[in-house]
Structure formats: C-alpha cells, structure tokens
Design a protein around this ligand. Structure first.
Ligand SMILES: Nc1nc2c(ncn2[C@@H]2O[C@H](COP(=O)(O)OP(=O)(O)OP(=O)(O)O)[C@@H](O)[C@H]2O)c(=O)[nH]1
Ligand SMILES: [Mg+2]
Length: 315
C-alpha cells in the first residue's frame, strides 16, 4: 500500500488547495476537537456528505475509520484520527490516478505509423472544447504533432470555437459547415493518418445520457472512427464539470454503459466544486486523466491523489 505523506504536497496543488478551501475549513473544525465519540463520527459523516462524497462513500469511510481507530490503540484524539483518515481517503483516490504514461502509449501507436485518436464526449457545457484546446497545447509541448476535428455540428459556433483553439495552438482543425459528425470524424482520422500526425482530438456536441438518439449518434461516431482506422479511437474520454457534484457519478455510469469510457477529465475545479464527489468515483474505476483548473490554455493539470486529499482535509 502506498503511504500517504501530507508533508510533500503543499506546493503542488495550489489551485485545488485554494478552490477547496471552504470544504477544508469545515473539516478542520472537526479535527481540532478532543473527543472521539459517536457525535464526532456523525459530524464527520455529515461533513463528507456536505462535501458531495455521496452517502455510500461517507458511510464506508466512517466505518473504515472506526475499525482503524479501534485497532490502533495509540489514537487518542481527533488529530490522531485525521492521520488515519487521510490515509483512508488516499487509498480511495489513489487507484484513480492513471497507471501508465499516455505519452508512451502514443509513441507505441505512432511507431506503427498510425495517429493516436482521442474522442471527447460529455454533457452540454462540461468543458469539452476548451479541454481539447488545453490538451492540444499539452501534447504539442510534448513534441507531438496534433490535429483537431470539429465533430460538434449541432451548434453553429462550435466549429469556430474549436478552430480558435486550433489557431491558438497553431495546428490544423478539420471542420465542415453542415457536415455529419461521423463523416467529419472519418475524414479527420484519414487526414491525420495521411499527414502523419501523432495525435487527433475529436470534439463532439454536448448531450445528456438520457437523450438516447444522441447517445446512439456518439456510438455511431465511435464505430465510424474504428472503420477509418481499426486501432482507433485509442481513448474515449468523458469531460465532466467538477461543480456538478454527485451528478457526475451518474454521468460517468451512463456514458460508460454506452461508449466504454477510458478516462475522465474533471473541469472547473477552480470554481465552486466541493471536491468530495471525486471520492465516489472510486466505484466507476475509470482513471482521471486530467483536471481543469481554469479557462486558460495552461489550466490543465495531472490528477494528483495526494493533492486532492490534502486540499480536502489537510492543515
Ligand atoms: N473556470 C473554468 N471554466 C472552464 C473550465 N473548462 C471550461 N470552462 C468554461 O466552461 C464553459 C464551457 O466550456 P466549453 O469548452 O465550451 O464546453 P463544451 O463542453 O464544449 O460545451 P458544448 O460544446 O456546448 O457542450 C466556457 O465558458 C469555458 O471557458 C475550467 O477548467 N475552469
Ligand atoms: Mg463544445
């Protein structure tokens, strides 16, 4: 088991650290009490739920904490319990960090002469297009050649918005007015292969998982991408808005059911997110590839489990 060390963190998660301040202050009140009694456990459970962890995760954590405290006779007060609790939170979120280097995977695919294709999906306004702009910047600064595909033909301005990010990154954007999203995706895969691009990022229109015809359209886009290139898409990433709280979990489930999601990107963690919903993502067992912490091109960070724990309940 990886051991969690809060001492290493302070300088890393500045953005999470500041955006989760309100949540952290609520927890810090609890950890400055002396007595570990039933009321205290109840208050801690309630704080977890208020931080958006969901009741199931909160209960599981409290039960685990009680067990640890009863085993560990040196735990005398809430400050001692905090150390154990930090480790428990870390154990929950650590498996959500990606295990392998994406850049290595990209190179392996590129070695076969193929582009690495990532399809981006999510509900309306979750931050897909902006995240593609940030991802393009990230891959470009890792010396990868990148192409974008405007698979959102639903909103008139969507293609223009993606083109803006393409221009900002000085990379091409495949864009067709009035085109069908699946055929745009198909053309983009072919074009990125012909032009020997390393990475192709495909944008799609936002939709609710309950809009079954629109979900079927996403399935079709994915299928057509596979027809253009059997190894593609290499990833289907779901972009979720970090301020949607517990809603996020059902989005993850429903999109995963239809499309097999291979990674999650959580945006807007610089905003009003309480952060606790990330604990409940453990159930989905899908890695959190990146987090978005602002609207600018550099505001994309790796997901660091230790940062999250420190930002939630650190001192
Ligand atoms: N504060 C903040 N704002 C963000 C972040 N990511 C995206 N946004 C903002 O969220 C809004 C929606 O972003 P888009 O990228 O257009 O979202 P989308 O998912 O492509 O939207 P649709 O295509 O309409 O479904 C914009 O105002 C973005 O600037 C983030 O990490 N932090
Ligand atoms: Mg968009």
């Amino acid at each position: 088991m990886n051991s969690f060390n809060i001492g290493n963190i302070k300088n890393k998660g500045i953005s999470l650290w500041s955006s989760l301040k309100k949540t952290r202050i609520k927890f810090s009140g609890l950890f400055s009490q002396d007595l570990l009694n039933d009321n205290w456990y109840e208050d801690l459970e309630e704080s977890l739920i208020l931080a958006d962890s969901g009741p199931r995760t909160a209960r599981k954590l409290i039960d685990a904490l009680k067990v640890e405290v009863s085993i560990n006779k040196s735990v005398k007060n809430t400050e001692d319990a905090r150390v154990i609790f930090e480790q428990l939170l870390f154990n929950i979120v650590n498996p959500l960090a990606p295990k392998h280097s994406e850049l290595k995977k990209i190179e392996q695919i590129n070695d076969t002469g193929k582009p690495f294709v990532i399809m981006i999906v999510g509900v309306n306004g979750s931050g897909k297009t902006t995240t593609i702009g940030k991802l393009a910047n990230f891959y470009k600064s890792s010396n990868k050649s990148v192409m974008l595909a405007a698979g959102d033909t639903f909103r008139a301005a969507a293609g223009e918005q993606l083109k803006y990010w393409g221009e900002k990154n000085d990379i091409p954007t495949i864009f067709q007015k009035n085109g069908d999203p699946a055929s745009i995706a198909f053309d983009a895969v072919k074009s990125s292969e012909a032009k020997e691009k390393n990475v192709l990022l495909i944008d799609t229109a936002g939709r609710l998982p309950s809009q079954l015809n629109l979900m079927d359209e996403l399935k079709k886009i994915k299928r057509v991408i596979g027809k253009a290139l059997p190894s593609a898409p290499n990833h289907t990433w779901l972009v979720v808005d970090g301020s949607s709280g517990q809603n996020t979990l059902s989005q993850v489930r429903l999109f995963h059911e239809k499309l097999v999601i291979t990674g999650i990107i959580i945006t807007k963690l610089d905003g009003t997110s309480k952060g606790g919903f990330i604990l409940s993502l453990q159930d989905a067992k899908i890695p959190i590839q990146f987090i978005g912490v602002g609207e600018k091109i550099q505001d994309l960070k790796n997901f660091e489990p230790a940062d999250l724990v420190a930002s939630l309940i650190g001192k």
